[in-house]
Design a protein around this ligand. Structure first.
Ligand SMILES: NC(=O)c1ccc[n+]([C@@H]2O[C@H](COP(=O)([O-])OP(=O)(O)OC[C@H]3O[C@@H](n4cnc5c(N)ncnc54)[C@H](O)[C@@H]3O)[C@@H](O)[C@H]2O)c1
Ligand SMILES: O=P(O)(O)OC[C@H](O)CO
Length: 332
């Protein structure tokens, strides 16, 4: 009998839950780390994650929930990090560089480490010595909620090692998930960070009662902003109309499931940052990312009017109406 592929998934949120569904249904052995003991016990007893997309039922012959992070990754060949960026340092604090040796690290995160202002793959390299070519990122327009409903979805797996990316694609592909490898790992990782900030802006505009016409112009301006930033930080020939770039921006800017758009919408309607965070059970990565991009851009000096507007709204207390009014006059 062929041995099962052993995969560790770190994180108890929506995306981790959807990834565990995909991988375990493909008959991989999934060791799943969740920080909350009651959630682990609930999963072991009932086969559901009680907090996020709880309709998904897991086959416990393939899914092994645990709150011991060292034991979870020990046997795994692949380790998927699906913890929001702001909590990664804390989540991985019990692990040493040796714990990751010989494994492939896969970032499912669309964010940056706050304060350090680095991508997750760079953090894993700097902090744990995981070589760049031993890493992959999961990109592309894919909401966990739609995976749970088995709606047709597309993922792009970025890696400097294209064979490794293809091997990971093979673990993901199923009836409703298509996966493709791509070597522009940094480009898709930065694009995923930026699209979350743009979704915040779209949500803010919607909350202020701007309509679809305005949002379409905002998204097309945003695409130019993303292109300028990617060109400045990582110049490469890349097809930005691809689903890991434009596709991911569109899903997050328009979908009812978007965390970032929902958060922005609350800000546009007059919620404070604290009250919006309190009301959402989920994490809007764009809130943290906009600070990191703002810091990085002090060096790059890229023209990023939408990102700058979101930064001023969320971190400098400028009224959302004031900032969106300024953008309104700049857009063509
Ligand atoms: N949800 C999606 O559809 C989706 C799709 C692609 C990528 N992602 C990315 O996956 C990553 C995980 O996001 P998600 O959507 O699964 O999360 P989520 O918003 O569904 O859930 C929030 C997660 O944050 C954790 N959390 C909250 N407060 C915490 C704290 N103080 N310390 C530690 N952990 C805390 C929760 O336990 C939970 O796991 C993010 O980077 C996100 O951008 C999400
Ligand atoms: O749309 P959001 O803000 O929920 O982000 C989730 C994923 O990045 C969509 O691909």
């Amino acid at each position: 009998m062929q041995e099962k592929t052993k995969i560790a998934v770190l994180g108890g949120g929506s995306w981790a839950t959807a990834l565990v569904k995909i991988l375990s249904e493909n008959k991989a052995e999934v060791r799943w780390w969740l920080r909350n003991t009651e959630d682990v016990q609930h999963l072991q007893q009932f086969g559901h994650n009680p907090r996020y997309i709880s309709g998904v039922k897991f086959d416990l012959n393939y899914v092994l929930p645990s709150n011991n992070i060292q034991a979870t990754i020990q046997e795994a060949d692949w380790v998927i990090v699906a913890v929001p960026a702001a909590f990664i340092q804390q989540a991985l604090s019990l692990l040493s560089a040796e714990a990751f040796q010989g494994k492939t690290l896969v970032s499912a995160v669309k964010g940056m480490i706050p304060g350090q202002n680095v991508l997750i793959t760079d953090f894993l390299k700097n902090h744990f010595g995981v070589p760049a070519e031993h890493q992959c990122v999961i990109a592309g327009p894919c909401h966990a909620e739609e995976v749970a409903l088995e709606k047709q979805s597309y993922l792009t797996i970025g890696s400097h090692d294209i064979d490794r990316a293809e091997a990971f694609c093979q673990l993901l592909r199923n009836r409703y998930v298509k996966a493709n490898p791509l070597d522009d790992i940094d480009g898709v990782e930065y694009c995923a960070v930026l699209k979350n900030i743009i979704a915040l802006a779209c949500g803010i505009a919607h909350g202020l009662n701007y309509g679809d016409n305005f949002q379409a112009v905002m998204v097309s301006n945003a695409m130019e902003e993303i292109e300028r930033f990617l060109h400045a930080i990582m110049p490469l020939p890349r097809k930005l109309t691809g689903s890991a770039y434009l596709g991911d921006l569109l899903v997050t800017a328009y979908s009812q499931f978007s965390r970032n758009r929902t958060f922005g919408n609350m800000i546009g309607r007059g919620y404070t940052v604290k009250s919006a965070q309190f009301e959402m059970n989920m994490v809007a990565e764009g809130y943290y990312a906009v600070q990191s991009i703002h810091e990085l851009n002090k060096r790059l000096n890229v023209e990023m009017p939408i990102v700058s507007a979101v930064y001023r709204i969320l971190y400098e207390g400028v009224g959302p109406g004031v900032e969106i009014d300024i953008l309104k006059d700049q857009f063509k």
